[in-house]
Design a protein around this ligand. Sequence first.
Ligand code: PLP
Length: 394
Amino acid sequence: MADPDLIYLDHNATTPLAPEAWEAMRPFLTENWANPSSGYRFARRAREAVQLARSQVAALIGAEADEIVFTSGGTESSHAAIHSAIALHPDRRHLVTCTTEHDATLRPYDEFAARGYDVSILPVDAEGRIDMAAYEAVLRPGQTALVSLMWANNETGLIHPIDQAAAMAHERGILFHTDAVQAVGKVPIDFSQSRVHYASMSGHKLHAPKGVGVLYVKNTARFQASQLGGGQEAGRRSGTENTAGIVGMGAAAAWLARAAKESVGAMRDAFESRVLAEISGVTVNGDLAHRLSNTSHLSFDQCDAAGLLILLDEAGVACSAGSACMTGKQRPSHVQLAMGIPEARAKSSLRISFSRLNTMEEAVAAADALRKAVEKLRRVQGAGVGPVVVYSPR
Ligand code: PLP
């Protein structure tokens, strides 16, 4: 049980289990521990539960149940997609991605670059967007093995035009993968209407447990497995199924598909308006018209993010500086550098990310705690107060 006084605003890093997910998982960690692939009746319940989870996840993203491949998480799913595209097209030596992708995409791309692949990494503008004309220009029909473009950015919440980008790749006979880890459950997704061939999802970002994920593989797309063995998941991902994790992911997807009591966007907006009204020298980073409704990426003039995080932690508010993977490293994240955010501003930025498990009271209390933390830090550091940056949502 988390500290009841904790205000948790770091849902892009990880999310608490949905109570429904835990209830659905429990029997598969206690009385029904069967291997879902076994032939006896005792295993049938586990097998049926995995199948139910497959349809629950499919329903959330407009997919068919047999397009869902359970994996261990977002990183494995992206690796599987990248390796599949490379294996399917041994003659194609070109890959496309974007500079603000998660390391789960950038690091395997680095590996292929080291092996002699030609990698086009699209730059982004100051708001984190790619230029669609530049994107079109880098596509090389017959040579590009894969485009990988994230649906939503984990730090700024920026949403790329994935359906448009996927259609452009598809028209040119190029496989298209999206890292949809931060998008699923936050933006409407209907893969039946899109040209996306592969998509990565992660359980722990959507109120399911850690250690489970999904690779969506479009029925009309070819896929070559890289994890070989017992042939589970229709031969697309070998390894004994993580029954409880999969069941939790299905239940969390079903829970997300139902209407939320309080709009996450309303909480984020209330928090941001209060911060902007009460604290001077604040900048909202990213493309305000195309960002996740749960994410707020803010910079505070003359404040060190590390200091702010300590003061917020003392006040019972958990959020992060840049992405969680950067915490502890004293340098701006690659996302902020790619957007051209000056180093001082980058080092003074926080990512605050809500979920439907938050309340409006928490949003208001967190804004107040943040105001006190900024005031204290500026006082302690003896810094002056910067100018108010006018924020006009588009
Ligand atoms: N992609 C994005 C955008 C993420 O935010 C994360 C997690 O931080 C991942 C991939 C990796 O997912 P997982 O932790 O399930 O491997």
